[in-house]
Ligand binder design. Structure first.
Ligand code: NAP
Length: 380
């Protein structure tokens, strides 16, 4: 078995753990002995499911009494070298007698950052880094961004008409796309640890922001309900509707000192958490940078921003969004409709941002476009 084939097996296993592993990174580990794949495992469900390396070693130990002596371990991320919720994976690999570790990526977490590789090498284990690095970096993009920047990775999701509108003139937007696109968006929710909306969307749509109708062929295990986050700097969203029903999922409201204390009290009376942050960098709303840092500190790797248009425009203008998934529905809403991505920073073509297209998919009568944004786009 070639190195890239073994790493692919590890990546496939890791992908299935993407919803249950966070805040751990979803990692895969494949063990190969004499060119034969003998065990593949992923990170388990946080906080008790174990790391990929120990899970693969345990799987292998069930079949072999002589441990993993002579095995090569293929890991999608550098093995951890510190005591967190679990003992260090480096110790487990060394104790099992693994002779070679092939890793896709170094772990940017400051508690690891090369120390895992150093410990393995010090124990006489051969270490190779960089196999299938691009695929692993894509799979772990949210984790890597969160660890490198201290901010949650922001995925913008929008459903727009062919003429680029996200709502009709009266503010209605349900539904621009069909059931397949909407189910796909629920899968993106399940892949995220938090879902954010602006105050306008909360007032007009009264969304539930829960994971419900997943696609029929979606069989990846689902983790905890994502945290629902409302950004309302002035206290204009009433404390009503599904967002304020915490029996559905937890809700956090981020606001500013400008919010009416009576509204804040009404929000709190429903049981939601309310946090005050600074005012937005562009003079309105809340400080988006502070929100993304606050969510990262609460173990959110990926936040899905479901709109509306003003919030998406602000995140783009401030360079705080990393990915855009847009569903283009088979309809047109006319010039009075609400424009998607209202960027006020583009006066001429040379000001226009360019996004890197990752994938295009047909979903019934709709089209799903998936883009990488900002520095991530330039790097790809
Ligand atoms: N098709 C879709 O995918 C989709 C998705 C969602 C919504 N929609 C539609 O979009 C419409 C709502 O969008 P919208 O643009 O009017 O409102 P929005 O983006 O949902 O909310 C904008 C409000 O969010 C608050 N906010 C807090 N921090 C902000 C910041 N840093 N930057 C910008 N805003 C911030 C501001 O209110 P404060 O100043 O009071 O804080 C602002 O007025 C509705 O018609 C809805 O149906 C469509």
């Amino acid at each position: 078995m070639r190195d890239d084939e073994a790493m692919r097996a590890a990546l496939d296993a890791a992908g299935r753990a993407r919803r249950v592993a966070p805040p751990w990174p979803h990692v895969g580990c494949a063990l190969v002995v004499d060119g034969e794949l003998v065990a593949v495992a992923s990170t388990g469900a946080y906080p008790s499911g174990g790391h990929a390396e120990t899970n693969a070693l345990a799987l292998f130990a069930e079949h072999r009494v002589d441990g993993a002596r002579g095995a090569t371990a293929y890991v999608t991320l550098e093995p951890c070298s510190h005591h967190g919720n679990t003992p260090p994976c480096t110790e487990a690999l060394i104790a099992a007698g693994v002779t070679k570790v092939v890793a896709a990526l170094e772990d940017p977490d400051e508690r690891v950052a090369g120390r895992g590789f150093a410990q393995l090498r010090a124990a006489g284990i051969e270490v190779v880094v960089g196999v299938e690095a691009d695929a692993a970096a894509d799979q772990l993009a949210a984790y890597l961004h969160q660890r490198r920047t201290g901010r949650a990775f922001a995925l913008l999701k929008t459903a727009m008409s062919i003429d680029g509108r996200v709502a009709a003139a009266d503010g209605t937007s349900q539904w621009i796309t069909g059931p397949f696109a909407r189910a796909d968006a629920h899968a993106l929710r399940a892949d995220s640890q938090a879902i954010v909306v602006g105050g306008g969307t909360a007032r007009i749509d009264q969304p539930a922001l829960t994971v419900r109708a997943l696609p029929d062929d979606d069989d990846a295990p689902v983790g905890r309900a994502p945290l629902r986050v409302l950004l309302d700097g002035r206290g204009r969203a009433p404390a009503t509707g599904p967002l304020f029903d915490i029996s559905l999922a937890p809700t956090l409201v981020c606001t500013t000192a400008a919010a009416d204390p009576e509204v804040v009290a009404a929000w709190k009376a429903t049981g939601v958490e309310v946090v005050e942050v600074g005012a937005g960098a562009r003079g309105s709303g809340v400080d988006l940078d502070a929100v993304l840092q606050l969510l990262a500190a609460r173990d959110v790797l990926q936040v899905m921003v479901e709109g509306g248009a003003a919030l998406h425009g602000a995140l783009l203008a401030e360079g705080r969004a990393q990915r855009l998934v847009t569903y283009v529905g088979n309809t047109a809403l006319g010039p009075q409709g609400l424009p998607a991505l209202p960027l006020d920073t583009v006066a001429t073509m040379s000001d226009a941002p360019r996004f890197a297209l990752r994938a295009v998919r047909r979903l019934g009568n709709d089209v799903r476009l998936d883009y990488t944004l900002g520095a991530h786009a330039e790097a790809s």
